[in-house]
Every structure is written in C-alpha cells, then in structure tokens.
Design a protein around this ligand. Structure first.
Ligand code: TXA
Ligand code: MG
Length: 332
C-alpha cells in the first residue's frame, strides 16, 4: 500500500470523506494530535484501524463528531455536569465518557457499555467531520506504543505503507492528547490527563464538585496500561540536567532542557560533540512544551542519538499532563 498525503482543499476533503463513507481509514489533523479515523458505525472499517496500528483489541477508541449538538445522537447524556462540560469545553481538547447508543460499533467500545466522545476544535477536522456526515472513531495516528504524531510528516514517518491517506492540516496547536474524563456519582473523574487541566475542569464545575484523578486500574482509561509514547531510544528524566551534563553522563545524547538552565547546560554541552542540545522547553511556557514534546521525540529518534535526557517540569496544571507522557515514555 502506498500512502498519499493531501492538503486540505475542499476537493481533497470531499475525496477523503468519500473514502471514510466507503469504509476506508484516513489520518486527519485535530488541535491535539493527528487521529486515524474510520466510520464509527462500521465494524469492518474500525477493524482496519486496529490492524494498521497493531492496537490491542481491548483498548477502546474515541469517537469524534462535528458539533456538540451531535453528541446526543450517539450517547445518552444523563447528568447536568455532563451538559455543563459539553457546553463550556466543547469543541476542544476534552473527551467525555458516557453510555453509548446502539449504532456505535462494539469494536470502538472494546466491550464496554460506554463511549468516549469529543468535538475537535480544529477547522480542518470540523470540515472533514461535516463532509463525512458520520461519527469518526479515531485513536492517535501512530503505531501502538509510539508517540502521537503532531504533523502529517510524523504520521507518514510512522505509518507509511500501513494507511492509504493522510489529510495534512499542518502542525497541531496543542500537541498532547485530549483529557479523558467521566462523571461518576456527581464527581468528575479524570481518566487520562491531557490538555484540559484539572484546574480548568474545576473552574467549570465550581468549588462544590469534586474533580479527581482516577487512580485504580479499573477507573482509569484502559489505554493507560499499555506501553506508550516510546521514541525508540531510551528516555531518562532528570531533575538536575546541569549536573548530569557536567558529570559527563551523556553519550550521543539529545538533551531536552529548559531555557531556565540554558546557559549552564550549553556552556558544557558545546564542548561535547556527542550532545545535541534542544533548548525548546520552559517551565514558564508549558503550552509551548506540550506542543513540542512529540516533535522533539521524533527529531531525536531520527538523529544519531542513543538516548534522550529530558529535564522534568513541575507536575502541576498542564505540566502534570506533559510529565504523564514523559514518565510513560521513560518507563520502557
Ligand atoms: O486528543 C486525542 O484524544 C486524540 C485525538 C485524535 O482525538 N486521540 C487519542 O486517542 O489520543 P487514543 O486512542 O490514542 O487514546 C484514547 C484514550 C485511551 O487511553 C483509551 O483507553 C481511552 O481514551 N478510552 C477510549 N474509550 C474509552 C471508554 N469507553 N472508557 C474509558 N476510556 C476510554
Ligand atoms: Mg494514542
């Protein structure tokens, strides 16, 4: 199979929408990461996603719809908190898990009675979803275990020959995945941290409603138990990168350090030809860190480096979501 990359002209969007209606899979951009989509109501189409990604069959998929008004067609909205979250945070990088209606393929649900649903805010994703006129099931457009792609080029690098087409909607603005949440017993449980933070959710639901991170295996997203976000070379997290550099522990390493330690690191690193120093990371600009993480991993994995050393960010707000991905990638 050869993989075609198409720019999002109206003609290409119509052409790829027709592929989806015919039961094909298409990679497309969202504001978080690129997704690999299929008609969520067609089991044979959804099966192609699992095959192309080599994804475990018990890891359910997120369903994407064009408008928040479409959500009720595919799930039962039963709680006022769900209505509130939909009204305030969708379209956007929030995914809500709710009881499914019957037309969603059981393969999407991986045997569950619930479906995870979201409304992307990306204009190309919205145009594509309007053109297909069906809900699109889409995990991130990477082979299972690899970092999520944030550009069409990254999708191609990971999935060339495994998928027929990629809709190129330029680099994703946010760069890490949506937050997966569920309303349970009048509380909001975060099943996967993502671009929408706990603080964002708390602000929407108000101080009287508890917002918490699901911790048990049963409560958290099934995807959390798999190997994840691996750039293909070992990732080491370091709290004090300047010390590590000074001690010369790096051999052919990519260093992802914050701008706060730039001067200290670069002085040492510039005398060491085995170090590539990527200074695009700042404790004061977590939005930029999020948008760059997977891109940096991609660049590192295609370089000669044997390892990535990454400076830890404070685990608060968006920093917590970013470090969730970094820790998983380091846990090989
Ligand atoms: O930003 C995103 O969420 C991207 C874009 C393409 O929308 N999608 C994405 O999908 O990251 P994926 O498949 O890589 O991650 C989906 C996560 C997994 O951890 C999965 O286990 C969880 O959502 N999930 C899906 N359906 C669920 C359900 N019914 N109940 C609980 N968790 C669910
Ligand atoms: Mg994924």
């Amino acid at each position: 199979m050869s993989t075609t990359v198409l720019l999002p002209t109206p003609e290409h969007i119509q052409q790829l929408a027709a592929y989806i209606r015919d039961g094909e899979i298409v990679a497309f951009p969202t504001e978080t990461v690129y997704g690999l989509g299929a008609d969520a109501t067609k089991t044979s189409a959804v099966q192609k996603i699992f095959t192309a990604k080599n994804r475990p069959a018990n890891n359910p998929l997120i369903v994407h719809v064009a408008h928040r008004e479409d959500i009720g067609k595919y799930v039962y909205i039963t709680h006022p908190l769900e209505e509130l979250l939909i009204e305030k945070l969708m379209p956007g990088p929030l995914t809500l898990v709710m009881p499914t209606r019957e037309m969603i393929s059981p393969l999407v649900l991986a045997g569950r009675p619930t479906v995870a649903i979201r409304v992307p805010a990306h204009p190309v994703a919205q145009a594509f979803l309007e053109a297909v006129d069906c809900p699109i099931a889409a995990p991130s457009a990477n082979r299972s275990g690899r970092p999520s792609p944030t550009t069409a080029e990254m999708v191609l690098a990971d999935m060339d020959g495994l998928i027929p087409s990629i809709l190129d909607g330029w680099p994703c603005a946010y760069g890490i995945e949506s937050t997966v949440a569920i309303v349970l017993d009048g509380k909001v449980a975060i099943r996967r941290p993502g671009f929408v933070t706990k603080e964002d959710l708390q602000q929407v639901v108000g101080p009287d409603v508890e917002v918490y991170f699901a911790t048990t295996q049963l409560e958290s997203a099934p995807g959390n138990m798999y190997k994840h976000y691996s750039p293909g070379i070992p990732v080491y997290i370091t709290q004090d990168i300047t010390n590590s550099v000074n001690e010369g522990v790096f051999k052919k390493a990519i260093i992802i350090a914050t701008t706060e330690t730039r001067d200290l690191v670069s002085e040492t690193a510039k005398n060491n030809e085995h170090i590539i120093y990527m200074n695009r990371w700042s404790k004061n600009d977590l939005v930029t860190c999020a948008s760059r993480l997977y891109q940096l991993y991609h660049e590192a994995s295609t370089s000669w480096a044997d390892a990535i050393y990454i400076e830890a960010l404070p685990e608060q707000g968006l920093g917590l979501s970013i470090m969730n991905r970094v820790k998983k990638s380091a846990q090989q």
